[in-house]
Design a protein around this ligand. Structure first.
Ligand code: PXG
Length: 293
């Protein structure tokens, strides 16, 4: 049985959820998206995801045809239609149907798509044993070329790096900024633990302001752990006490080997473990209710 999809104001069966070949989301990657989690019948940090989406739309001069409240209602209705309590929600806004030129003015109506599905969780051993990472040759798009605050439908920069990690036989990889500083992973933010403090690259070098990143920073501060946003290179990663990734799908995943160097003692570290536990408590203690409570 297929899913029920929200498409432009209607809930339709997956088999009828189709977009035009003239949609500029397809022709040019002109559009934006969010990946969101539901835990135990509630949507985690929905307002933050909607703020990021609507701010991206403002920058792209993309008029989302529904208000934030209507979007929130539509997203919860889509979850209910698919009986989602714990799941992964993909929210997509495309520029809509236009002609074969770039000009967005030829696309009068953006399309809104919401997919609410069961989540394909990462294997348990990622959390218990930790990941091996490589540093990718593909550099992150510089922030003066495309603002990293956007989550554009064109993810080719990240996909090029993902192809490298797959060819190297590892699940994730580190992307550097154009001038060689550590930026983030292909679909996750990156943190180091150094002498008990958390260190993560600042947003201005071109990484996404991840919702999970922000939540983890808040949790660390609440635990009395010092958090610093600073620039660093691969050397600091190789010599960190702990390394972990954050993302909506990943939550927090430890990395224990980077470019063949063991991190710390080569096993997931205690600070990562503590923050993962706190994050899992957080996801189950707040959120926008999908069902009447
Ligand atoms: N950096 C990048 C480049 C991302 O795409 C994150 C960080 C983490 O952000 P959040 O807000 O989720 O904490 C992302 C988001 C996938 C996949 O299938 C991952 C993302 C988006 C789409 C697909 O791995 N990551």
């Amino acid at each position: 049985m297929g899913l029920t999809i929200y498409l432009d104001g209607e809930l339709v069966p997956e088999s009828e959820a189709k977009v035009s070949v003239f949609d500029h989301g397809l022709l040019y990657g002109d559009g934006i998206f969010e990946g969101i989690r539901a835990y135990d019948g509630r949507v985690f940090r929905l307002d933050e995801h909607l703020d990021r989406l609507y701010q991206g739309a403002q920058t792209l001069m993309l008029d989302i045809p529904v208000s934030k409240q209507e979007m929130s209602d539509a997203l919860c209705a889509t979850c209910r239609a698919n009986d989602i309590h714990d799941g992964y929600i993909r929210l997509v806004v495309t520029r809509g149907v236009g002609d074969l030129g770039l000009d967005p003015r030829k696309c009068p109506t953006p399309s809104v798509i919401i997919i609410a599905a069961q989540i394909a969780l990462y294997p348990e051993k990622y959390y218990t044993e930790g990941l091996e990472l490589i540093t990718c040759a593909t550099r992150r798009v510089p922030p003066d070329a495309l603002d990293p605050a956007l989550k554009p439908l064109n993810y080719l920069n990240n996909i090029m790096a993902k192809i490298e990690t797959t060819r190297a036989g590892v699940p994730e990889g580190i992307m550097l900024s154009y001038d060689g500083y550590v930026s983030e992973c292909t679909g996750d933010n990156l943190f180091l633990v150094v002498d008990g403090a958390l260190v993560t690259p600042p947003l201005h070098i071109g990484n996404l302001k991840g919702i999970t990143r922000q939540a983890v920073i808040g949790l660390a501060e609440a635990e009395g752990i010092e958090v610093r946003e600073e620039l660093f290179r691969s050397h600091q990663v190789y010599n960190a006490d702990e390394v972990f990734l954050t993302g909506t799908a990943a939550e927090l995943i430890p990395a224990v080997k980077v470019d063949g160097r063991s991190i710390g003692d080569g096993t997931p570290g205690p600070v990562t473990g503590k923050l993962l536990e706190r994050f899992q408590q957080l996801t189950r203690s707040e959120g926008t209710p999908i069902y009447d409570e």
